[in-house]
Design a protein around this ligand. Structure first.
Ligand code: NAD
Ligand code: ZN
Length: 257
């Protein structure tokens, strides 16, 4: 371990509360491409085509083709050591909360349950007419979409992916849970991890400021750090590799080995 990684390990051994704020970089080592890396493209598509309400209104078939492909690709990727470490952490810290911007299902598949998917989920649809959100365990069929048969709700309305697009609002209740975490963590040693997010989309949603307010240690894990100026520690390394080294040691030391 590097000296920086050793510092993170020491802080995690001493912490009572952990908050993690994650982005596309957490899934990069699983083979899910990140977003902004490729200059505003998501898997080769301009974001305004596939990640805005206007893009969906203009061409719902094109948007569904894109999301059907994203859904279909999930079974061929697996959680990496970063997802697994974060899932194990929820058993070790109280309070614990993981907020991810990722719409893939790798955190859930690694076992995370104290999880807020702040940008929604590829595995859910929402009705554009009645608003009902439904889980969608099986991918939307690309062949059906190609044939012009887009998924529909029982009410007849057109379904859309239940993901938050540019220009759309986030769910307020999720922020209440985030503030609830910081209230509960205010008087205990807390580590706030910011992992694999460029902050371009979210600006961090105020997480660094909340961390500072309660005197938490803010640690960024990202080969190309974006929150360096506000972080107490910025570790420039891939999250899976780094947590694959650091977390087993922390777990062992906390268990008293
Ligand atoms: P982003 O694509 O803007 O930034 C990714 C960040 O991850 C970059 O800062 C990059 O340096 C870093 N990174 C790359 N490899 C890494 C690694 N191995 N370990 C740690 N960090 C690594 O991501 P964002 O800030 O999450 O914004 C992307 C938006 O697009 C989100 O709204 C998200 O919903 C969506 N998106 C989701 C997925 C997914 O679900 N996996 C993938 C692409 C985009
Ligand atoms: Zn409906």
């Amino acid at each position: 371990m590097t000296p920086g990684e050793q510092t993170l390990a020491d802080w995690l051994v001493g912490a009572r509360a952990v908050f993690a704020f994650c982005g596309a970089g957490v899934s990069a080592e699983s083979g899910v491409p990140t977003f902004r890396g490729a200059g505003g493209l998501w898997e080769g598509r301009p974001v305004e085509e596939v990640a805005t309400p206007e893009g969906f209104r203009n061409d719902p078939q094109r948007v569904w083709r894109f999301y059907a492909d994203r859904m279909a690709s999930l079974p061929s990727v697996s959680p990496n050591p970063a997802h697994r470490a974060l899932a194990e952490m929820e058993e070790c810290y109280d309070p614990f909360l993981l907020v991810t911007q990722n719409v893939d299902d790798l955190h859930e598949r690694a076992g995370s349950r104290k999880l807020i998917k702040i940008h929604g989920s590829l595995m859910e649809t929402r009705c554009t007419a009645c608003g009902e959100v439904l889980p969608r365990p099986d991918p939307v069929s690309s062949a059906e979409v190609a044939a012009g048969r887009l998924p529909r709700c029982a009410c007849g309305g057109l379904l859309r992916p239940n993901v938050v697009w540019f220009g759309e609002y986030l769910d307020r209740r999720q922020f209440d849970r985030i503030y609830g975490f910081f209230r509960a963590a205010a008087h205990v040693p807390t580590v706030v991890l910011v992992i694999g997010t460029s902050g371009v989309v979210s600006g961090g949603y105020g997480v660094p400021e909340l961390a500072a307010q309660i005197g938490a240690r803010l640690v960024e894990i990202n080969p190309d750090p974006a929150f360096q100026e506000v972080a107490d520690l910025a570790l420039a390394a891939p999250a899976g590799e780094l947590l694959g080294r650091v977390w087993p040691e922390v777990r062992a030391r906390r268990a008293g080995d």
